[in-house]
Ligand binder design. Structure first.
Ligand SMILES: [Zn+2]
Length: 108
């Protein structure tokens, strides 16, 4: 615990414990809608997932999201959350290239 420590959360898909900032928060807003909260600051009941399609798939199959929110998620909500997570996964892969200092184009 000597390094910067961040709050730990469990991914409801793969059940791995990770830094909160490495996970995506799924939020049920007070209005009853669901969304992904990348900043982790939205109001509402939340559950945490790894930012990849696999984990939301697992969470949906196991009913972990439904359990977290104590309600069944409508199919269109499941779909849009999966789509959004897929987008984030893709963006993260792109950022892995552009966000680092040692970019490939600096070779030579
Ligand atoms: Zn996971």
């Amino acid at each position: 615990m000597m390094e910067k420590s961040y709050p730990q959360r469990t991914c409801i898909g793969c059940r791995q414990v990770k830094d909160k900032r490495d996970l995506i928060r799924v939020v049920r807003t007070p209005e009853g809608t669901f969304c992904l909260d990348q900043g982790g600051k939205m109001n509402g009941r939340g559950a945490y997932l790894c930012p990849n399609e696999t984990c939301i798939g697992l969470a949906l199959r196991k009913g972990a999201l439904a359990k977290s929110f104590r309600m069944t998620l409508p199919p269109d909500v499941k779909e849009s959350l999966t789509e959004e997570l897929k987008k984030i996964e893709t963006e993260n892969i792109e950022h892995a290239w552009t966000g680092t200092e040692s970019r490939p184009d600096r070779l030579g």
